[in-house]
Design a protein around this ligand. Structure first.
Ligand SMILES: [Zn+2]
Ligand SMILES: [Zn+2]
Length: 283
């Protein structure tokens, strides 16, 4: 019985997307939508495809992104690339929402005095963003890994960006961590963003966390197949294996949140390593 569940969710999302299209409204701003690209199923094969294996349907992993408000996912006409667009604001509670709680998502910090000392300036509402990321539907490992830049290096399923293990010119420090909300995130310089395991998305589990700029998905600390912490990870906490959304028996390359305790605390950096694929710009 449980096997049918993902199919029903997929269908319901597609129906929602279709319904929104049918209403004639443009699918921007407040609504989330998934666009499965050309519905032309003719066999008029265009020989000049931009990739080896174009798809007609996106991985159902993308449904987790469009479940968040203000996230849009579109498959390209040629079936080779997928574009995500996000307003950068999370769909979960945070002490970084305005304390007047217009969003309904403000929560008190665990330690208000400490948080107010260490927090970053600005509320989530103060940042106006639009993050675009276009990646291949079938990303490949690069010949050589590449370092992550400052700023957005991935987009979480909540719609907010993922940052690396740096804060400005240095590593994320204990002082900086004390100013994080319960989701390992804070504001500034341009957006609310995560550095550490975002508990509202993944807490010591195998759930989908987001997509990195090289097109590979990132999952929680545990392995989908074994329920244990994976032991065969590369320097970027990646490996080839099964995930909740694998479409083949051998699985595919994906990353995990680092399972190494950062600064000897219960803090787990989301992505301290290098990209193992070829990153696209997030802008
Ligand atoms: Zn930061
Ligand atoms: Zn894995």
């Amino acid at each position: 019985m449980s096997l049918t569940k993902p199919i029903f969710s997929l269908l319901s999302y597609l129906l929602i997307a279709l319904a929104m299209t049918a209403c004639g409204g443009s699918s921007d701003t407040q609504s989330s939508s998934i666009n499965t690209g050309s519905t032309d199923t003719d066999t008029d094969t265009d020989t000049s495809t931009a990739c080896d294996a174009p798809v007609t349907e996106l991985s159902s992993a993308f449904l987790e992104f469009v479940a968040a408000p203000n996230v849009t996912v579109v498959l390209s006409e040629d079936g080779c690339t997928v574009s995500l667009e996000s307003a950068g604001k999370p769909d979960h509670t945070s002490s970084y929402w305005d304390a007047a709680n217009a969003s309904g998502l403000y929560v008190e910090p665990e330690d208000a005095e400490l948080f107010n000392q260490q927090r970053s300036p600005g509320d989530i509402e103060d940042y106006i963003n639009d993050y675009d990321l276009t990646v291949p539907v079938a990303p490949e490992l690069a010949a050589t890994p590449s370092a992550t830049p400052l700023g957005a290096i991935g987009i979480a399923i909540s719609g907010a960006p993922i940052f690396n293990d740096s804060e400005g010119n240095g590593d994320v420090s204990f002082g900086v961590i004390q100013g994080f909300d319960r989701n390992g995130a804070h504001t500034g310089p341009e957006t609310y963003h995560y550095h550490i395991e975002p508990k509202a998305i993944s807490y010591d589990d195998d759930g989908l966390v987001g997509i990195m700029a090289d097109g590979f998905f990132i999952y929680g600390r545990r392995d989908y197949e074994t329920g244990e912490y994976p032991s065969d990870l590369d320097e970027s906490n990646g490996h080839i294996g099964l995930t909740l959304y694998s479409e083949s028996e051998e699985g595919e390359y994906h990353y995990h949140i680092s399972n190494e305790q950062y600064l000897n605390g219960e803090y787990y950096l989301i992505f301290p390593g290098n990209f193992q694929g070829t990153p696209s710009d997030i802008n």
